[in-house]
Ligand binder design. Structure first.
Ligand SMILES: Cc1cc2nc3c(=O)[nH]c(=O)nc-3n(C[C@H](O)[C@H](O)[C@H](O)COP(=O)(O)OP(=O)(O)OC[C@H]3O[C@@H](n4cnc5c(N)ncnc54)[C@H](O)[C@@H]3O)c2cc1C
Length: 477
C-alpha cells in the first residue's frame, strides 16, 4: 500500500541544507480536504504527557495557519498562509441529495467540521485558492525560499543522520548519483513523514536494538518505539448505479476529460477545480460511543470497472454512478514500519495490521450497514437504480466483514511511528519534538502524532510543522 518513494522535494529543514537549486513546481489540480481533527484528539495528545498540545493550546495556531474564505470567528482564522476554500457553490447536484439523505438517516447538519463540533454531515473545505491547490510548498516553502539563510536541494535523498557520539551533526544524502554530507551548526530536523522518518532513524542507529542488530547497524540509541504504534485510517467505498446524471458522464469520454481540462485551465472551475470528495460527515456507530468514530465521503462519481494499468480515478464507469465512502476515525489496531535492509534505497517493511482488533471490525460492520441506511433514504433512494458494489448479495455480517477486509485500504493517513511522549519507554520524541536519548535531533511530521486523529491528517501535520518552528525559535532564543 505504501511506497517509500521520496519525491524530488527534499524533506528535512533548517540550516543544514546544502546549497543547490530548486526544480519543478508545486501546483496541482487536486486540492486537499481540510479537516483539523476533533478537539478531543488533541486533548488526548496533551493528556498523554505533552504539555502545550491540547486543543485550547493549539487553537491560536490552527487559526493563524488559515486563511478561511468563510471569515473569522471563534474557531476559524483569516490571513494565514493556507487558504481554505468552501465549495458550497461548486458541488455536484447529487451532493445535495446525499446531504438530505444523511440527515434523513439521523445525522445533524454541520456547517463546519473545523468549527464548534466535528459531528454531523456537511461539505468538505479544501486547501485551494481560485481553483488552484495551496500545497504546503506553496504556502510555506516558496515564500521562505526568498530568505538568504535557506537553501533547498531537490532530487536528493537523505540516507542517514550523522552522529558524533550521541549528538546529531548532520545528514548524509545522495544527489545526482553522489553521496554527500551536510553538517549542521545547531540541529537536524527530520520531516520525512510517518514512513520515512522512522526508516531514517533506524538506518541511523536510533531504533529497536534487535532490529538494528539484525541489519548490522551500530546502535546510537536503543528505542523500541521507533517505527511502532503505526495508526492509519482504513477506508472503503460502496457504489451505486444512478438514474440521474453524475460526473461519470462528464469525465468518462475523452472529449469530456478534454473539456474539463480546458474549463480548469481557462476558468479555474469545473470538476477538476474541487475534490472528488465533496460531501462529508462524522458519525457514531452507536450512541454509546463518546464521540464520532466514523467519517463519510460522498463522490458523485464511480469507478467500479477499472481499466487494467490505469488509475481508476481517471476512468469513471460507463453508466451514471456515485459512491459513498467510509473511514474509521481512531483505530485500535497498530502497525509497524521496519527497515528491510541497511540499504536506504530499499523500501521499509510496512505492516498495517488493519482489522486485527475486534472493535475495529465491529465498528466498520456497523458503519457499512449505516451506508445502506443513508442510501435507503428518499432523497437518494429515488435516484438509485442498483447497488453495484458490494452488491445486494452481500448481506450477512460474515459477508460484509469479508468484503471490507478484502476491499478496504489505507486512506494514506499513517502516523505515530515516532510518537511524542514524556519518556523513551513509550515514545520517540518529547513534547519539544527532541528525539529521546540523543542530542541535536528533532522530528516534525505526522510520525510524532501521539495518536491518530479523527479526520484527514494534513492540517494536523501542518500544525506540527508550524508549532515545531515556534518551539525551535524559543529553544534557540
Ligand atoms: C494520495 C493522498 C491523498 C491525501 N489526501 C489528503 C487530503 O485530502 N486531506 C488531508 O488532510 N490529508 C490527505 N493526505 C494525507 C496528507 O498528505 C499527510 O497527512 C501529510 O502530507 C503528512 O505530512 P508529513 O509532513 O508528515 O509527510 P509528507 O507530506 O509525506 O512529507 C514527507 C516528505 O519527505 C520526503 N522524504 C521522505 N524521505 C526522504 C528522504 N530520505 N530524503 C529526502 N526526502 C525524503 C518525501 O518525499 C516528502 O516530500 C493524503 C495523502 C495521500 C498519499
Amino acid at each position: 500500500m505504501y511506497r517509500a518513494e521520496p519525491d524530488p522535494g527534499l524533506a528535512g529543514q533548517a540550516d543544514f541544507w546544502p546549497r543547490g537549486k530548486v526544480l519543478g513546481g508545486s501546483s496541482s489540480i487536486n486540492a486537499m480536504v481540510w479537516v483539523r481533527g476533533a478537539r478531543e484528539d488533541f486533548d488526548d495528545w496533551s493528556a498523554a504527557g505533552n504539555p502545550g498540545w491540547g486543543y485550547d493550546d493549539l487553537l491560536p495556531d490552527f487559526k493563524a495557519i488559515e486563511d478561511f474564505d468563510g471569515g473569522e470567528n471563534a474557531w476559524r482564522g483569516v490571513g494565514g498562509p493556507v487558504h481554505v476554500s468552501r465549495i458550497d457553490k461548486k458541488i455536484h447536484p447529487l451532493t445535495h441529495r446525499y446531504l438530505a439523505a444523511a440527515q434523513a438517516a439521523g445525522l445533524p447538519a454541520n456547517p463546519d467540521f473545523n468549527g464548534a463540533t466535528q459531528e454531523g454531515v456537511g461539505l468538505y473545505q479544501l486547501t485551494a485558492k481560485d481553483g488552484r491547490r495551496v500545497s504546503s510548498s506553496r504556502a510555506f516553502l516558496r515564500p521562505a525560499m526568498k530568505r538568504e539563510n535557506l537553501t533547498v536541494l531537490t532530487g536528493a535523498q537523505v540516507t542517514r543522520v550523522l552522529f558524533e557520539g550521541r549528538r546529531a551533526i548532520g545528514v548524509e544524502y545522495r544527489c545526482n548519483g553522489r553521496l554527500e554530507t551536510a553538517r549542521c551548526r545547531r540541529e537536524v530536523i527530520l520531516s520525512g513523514g510517518a514512513i520515512n522518518s522512522p526508516q531514517l532513524l533506524q538506518l541511523s542507529g536510533v531504533g529497536p536494538a534487535d532490529l538494528l542488530a539484525r541489519h548490522g547497524i551500530a546502535i546510537v540509541a536503543d528505542n523500541e518505539n521507533v517505527g511502532r504504534h503505526m495508526a492509519d485510517h482504513q477506508g472503503i467505498n460502496y457504489s451505486w448505479r444512478a438514474k440521474a446524471p453524475t460526473l461519470n458522464q462528464r469525465l468518462r469520454p475523452w472529449w469530456g476529460k478534454l473539456l474539463a481540462g480546458m474549463e480548469y485551465l481557462l476558468l479555474r472551475s469545473g470538476p477538476l477545480s474541487i475534490s472528488i470528495n465533496q460531501g462529508g460527515g462524522f458519525f457514531r456507530t452507536s450512541p454509546d460511543e463518546p464521540r464520532p468514530n466514523m467519517q463519510l465521503y460522498f463522490q458523485a462519481f464511480s469507478t467500479v470497472i477499472p481499466k487494467p494499468g490505469e488509475r481508476p480515478v481517471l476512468n469513471p464507469d460507463p453508466w451514471p454512478g456515485f459512491s459513498i465512502g467510509l473511514s474509521n476515525c481512531r483505530t485500535h489496531n497498530r502497525g509497524t514500519v521496519e527497515i528491510a535492509s541497511p540499504d536506504p534505497f530499499t523500501a521499509p517493511r510496512i505492516v498495517a495490521n488493519a482489522f486485527s482488533h475486534e472493535k475495529d471490525v465491529a465498528d466498520m460492520l456497523a458503519a457499512v450497514k449505516f451506508l445502506r441506511t443513508i442510501a435507503a433514504q428518499q432523497p437518494i433512494a429515488e435516484i438509485i437504480e442498483a447497488e453495484i458494489v458490494p452488491g445486494p448479495s452481500v448481506q450477512s455480517d460474515d459477508d460484509l466483514i469479508a468484503d471490507f477486509r478484502k476491499r478496504s485500504g489505507t486512506v494514506y493517513h499513517p502516523c505515530s511511528t515516532c510518537r511524542m511522549g514524556p519518556d523513551p519507554e513509550h515514545s520517540v520524541v518529547d513534547s519539544r519534538l527532541r528525539v529521546h536519548g540523543v542530542d541535536g535531533l528533532r522530528v516534525a511530521d505526522a510520525s510524532i502524532f501521539p495518536n491518530l486523529i479523527a479526520g484527514n491528517t494534513n492540517a494536523a501535520a501542518i500544525l506540527v510543522g508550524w508549532k515545531a518552528g515556534a518551539i525551535i525559535l524559543e529553544d534557540h532564543a
